[in-house]
Design a protein around this ligand. Structure first.
Ligand code: AVJ
Length: 320
């Protein structure tokens, strides 16, 4: 590990490089073709996601920020002391700023797979918050969740905002929440954002914004694959689809082939006939009671839940 500044230590757990070709080949040639949502986030995809969060239709980001902003003090009171905030998938570390300002914890531990992103964000944060010790950990989710506890220190407050938890299918989600429980450790807590079920029109609009940014974001996964793997997607003959599935309580995003797609995947070719839908993302929507139950099932004790006046989004606090 390296000390980069007086208040910044960088720990590189050297996350295993994923074999993109074999992973993409497997998921695109399955009976139900799919792509993992992580393929959205190259630099263009991250820029597009950022733009989505500022569209009038995409309510989650600004609603969650408003909840945090109005209730930061109340949340801290429910929590008691907060020594360390740990954030898996911290990215640009933007959302945690509000907590660093209001809670002034001794330590902040961002965990992020993108080394470049983590380096930049943690350097900036260390300069801006000289009173917070930053332990930046470059790791993938699995490594991050298996991180050892730090000796005498009290448990960590794990911060997992944005309803990213909604990307996981129920079985994976249960396992992931157990991992967050382990990361928080004895005496720790979890502060997690969960988007709420609401009228279908509003949900559909949030994933079909009028500027077409969500469509561009979805289609960018194919540009990303073309760039990395040279797999010859004709992106002009693919279409963005996003709709609420009320049976499964989730938004589904797909990419639909408008014409046959002849793909090159390493040595192999693969044809996706016109009409094929590639499932690119699920974004589950919760009820306050349902999500609290999932937290209990993962070993947490709910301490509180905060929502906005329109009940669009929820922030849950739970102890380990
Ligand atoms: C970052 C996973 C929470 O599911 O709403 C936004 C991603 N996809 N618009 C979400 C996303 C399309 C977002 N999460």
């Amino acid at each position: 590990h390296r000390q980069l500044r007086r208040n910044l230590n960088f720990y590189d757990l050297q996350p295993p490089a994923t074999n993109m070709l074999s992973e993409v080949t497997r998921s695109l040639t399955a009976a139900q073709p799919s792509l993992h949502p992580k393929f959205f986030y190259d630099s263009e995809g991250s820029r597009l996601f950022d733009a989505i969060t500022r569209t009038p239709e995409y309510y989650p980001t600004r609603t969650e920020s408003a909840i945090l902003d109005s209730h930061a003090e109340d949340i801290r009171q429910h929590l008691g002391r907060c020594h360390t905030i740990a954030e898996p998938g911290a990215g640009s570390c933007e959302k945690v700023r509000l907590l660093l300002e209001r809670w002034a914890p001794e330590q902040y531990m961002p965990l992020e797979i993108s080394r470049a992103c983590l380096l930049e964000a943690s350097q900036r944060l260390a300069a801006e918050f000289p009173g917070v010790n930053i332990s930046a950990v470059c790791a993938d989710y699995c490594q991050a969740l298996a991180l050892p506890q730090n000796g005498q220190q009290p448990g960590r407050v794990v911060f997992f905002p944005g309803s990213t938890i909604g990307n996981f299918d129920p079985t994976e989600r249960a396992a992931f929440l157990r991992g967050l429980h382990h990361l928080a450790g004895p005496g720790g807590a979890l502060l997690i954002g969960a988007d709420l079920q609401k009228d279908t029109e509003r949900l559909n609009a949030a994933y079909n914004d009028s500027q077409g940014l969500t469509a561009a974001f979805n289609l960018n996964a194919l540009h990303h694959l073309n760039r990395e793997l040279d797999c010859h997607f004709d992106v002009s003959q693919m279409r963005h689809l996003a709709f609420y599935n009320p049976q499964l309580n989730r938004i589904e995003m797909h990419l639909e082939c408008l014409a046959d797609q002849q793909l090159l995947l390493g040595q192999h070719t693969c044809c996706l006939p016109a009409g094929t839908r590639i499932h690119t993302e699920s974004s589950y929507k919760f009820t306050v009671e349902g999500f609290s139950k999932e937290l209990c099932d993962a070993g947490f004790q709910p301490l509180g839940c905060w929502t906005d006046p329109d009940k669009l989004f929820s922030l849950h606090l739970a102890a380990t």
